[in-house]
Each structure stands twice: as structure tokens, then as C-alpha cells.
Design a binder for this molecule. Structure first.
Ligand code: CTP
Ligand code: MG
Length: 227
């Protein structure tokens, strides 16, 4: 029973405001992408890594993989994250039963969390990592005033990796494509099928490097882990 991972790196990192895709920015002296890819490539329970990149980054990624002596499958991404994931799913080998979908921009997920997620998805078919939100969240209307305040106890911030039976996630992506629906994560597409999605406790350190302040937070997390 093979488990693969689709790592999506085909964005452009607009909110970071850097000159190139944020996944190349250095963290502890190495590209963010290097931390994320190495973690999965070296994980004993991951049989297959598909890295999804943009056309713009394609040549640089191939050169980097050669230098690092990393052998993995490279797929081309699309305009939206959902398109990139779909492309990655198509590149998985036929014997892959379970897949983790992960953002290249989240380098701090741990080996143990990956193992736990793999154990759980084999029972539950669709499992995501999330943490309870710390702030009170409000719905703000277009006119800039508060419309409602959902109860904080039920609000969780969702992370990646998200893990699925491959056939289920493929079905969900096909259905979303057919209906012209775009979700902000993969679990949403599975929810639209009416399939239950279970939640595993994530970690507040599993941040997504999105804006410049995440970079210094990331350096600090790395420094503390190196101890
Ligand atoms: N991603 C992707 N294909 C896209 C868009 C995003 O593979 N068309 C990837 C990103 O490279 C990133 C992950 O999805 O690793 C999470 O997306 P996000 O943090 O939003 O990254 P970007 O889309 O690159 O950043 P921004 O939204 O600020 O432009
Ligand atoms: Mg984005």
C-alpha cells in the first residue's frame, strides 16, 4: 500500500512581494522548498514524491534537483492551487493508494505528524491537520461593518498536509472541475462530495510562509529546533 505526497510549489508568492516565487527564499541559508522536499523525500513511509512547479521555475527546479541528487517526479502547475494539485494527482503512479497534499511553503510539519496522518488516513479516508484559532474571528461585510461573530470554540485554522485516499481525492477534483467550483483547500472538494473529513490536531509551528514577517518567525522556529 503505497503512500505518495503532492507538494505544490507552483504559486508566485504575491503576498510576499519578493522578486521571485517565495519558495526560493532562504530559510536557515537554504531555499524554503529544500526543507519541505527533503522532509518528505527522506520519510520512510512516503513511497513517492510529486513536486508541482510553474513553467517559470521548471528549469531551475530540475537543475536544483540534479545538484541535490534528488530523484522525484516533477509536474507542471496551473493558474490556481487547485489546478496544481490536480496536475500532481495525475502524475502519481497507479499503485499509490493514499496521498498527502502539502504546500511547499509549509516547511515546519514534522516527521511524526506525517506518520500520524498516514496512520489516520488509512482508517478515515480523508484527514486534515488544523489548530483551534486563537483570535476571535468576525465576518465583515462589504461596507466594512461587522455582520456576525461565529463562536470561537468551533473555529479551526486548517493546515497542510491533508491526506486522502487517492481515488476519493481524484473524484472530488473531477467533480469540482465539472461543476466549475474552486475551493481554498482540498478538503473542501471532498466535503462537497458529502464525504466526512476528520481532523487531526496540527501545530502552531506549522506556519505557511506567506508574508515577510513569516520569514523571521520561520528563522526563529528553525533556530530553536536546531537547539
Ligand atoms: N500554489 C501552487 N499553484 C498555484 C498557487 C499556489 O502550487 N497556482 C502553491 C504555492 O506555491 C504554495 C501553496 O500552493 O506552496 C500555498 O499557496 P500560497 O501560500 O497562497 O502561495 P502563493 O499562491 O504562491 O502566494 P500568494 O497567494 O501570496 O500569491
Ligand atoms: Mg495563493
Amino acid at each position: 500500500m503505497n503512500t505518495g505526497v503532492v507538494i505544490v510549489a507552483a504559486g508566485s508568492g504575491k503576498r510576499m512581494g519578493a522578486e521571485r516565487n517565495k519558495v526560493w527564499l532562504p530559510l536557515g541559508g537554504e531555499p524554503i522548498l529544500a526543507h519541505t522536499v527533503r522532509l518528505f523525500a527522506n520519510h520512510p513511509e512516503i513511497g513517492e514524491v510529486v513536486l508541482v512547479v510553474s513553467e517559470r521555475d521548471h528549469a531551475d527546479v530540475l537543475a536544483w534537483l540534479r545538484r541535490e541528487k534528488l530523484k522525484l517526479t516533477v509536474a507542471l502547475g496551473g493558474a490556481e492551487r487547485q489546478d496544481s494539485v490536480r496536475s500532481g494527482l495525475a502524475a502519481l503512479s497507479p499503485d499509490c493508494s493514499y496521498v498527502l497534499v502539502h504546500d511547499a511553503a509549509r516547511p515546519f510539519v514534522t516527521r511524526e505528524q506525517i506518520s500520524e496522518l498516514i496512520r489516520r488516513v488509512q482508517r478515515e479516508q480523508a484527514t486534515i491537520m488544523a489548530v483551534p484559532v486563537k483570535d476571535t474571528i468576525k465576518v465583515i461585510g462589504a461596507n466594512g461593518t461587522v455582520q456576525s461573530t461565529p463562536a470561537r470554540e468551533s473555529l479551526w485554522a486548517v493546515q497542510t498536509p491533508q491526506a486522502f485516499r487517492v481515488s476519493l481525492l481524484r473524484e472530488a477534483h473531477q467533480a469540482a472541475l465539472g461543476a466549475g467550483k474552486t475551493g481554498t483547500d482540498d478538503a473542501m472538494l471532498v466535503e462537497w462530495l458529502g464525504h466526512p473529513v476528520t481532523v487531526m490536531m496540527g501545530s502552531y509551528e506549522n506556519i505557511k510562509i506567506t508574508t515577510p514577517d513569516d520569514l523571521w518567525l520561520g528563522e526563529e522556529i528553525l533556530r530553536r529546533r536546531k537547539g
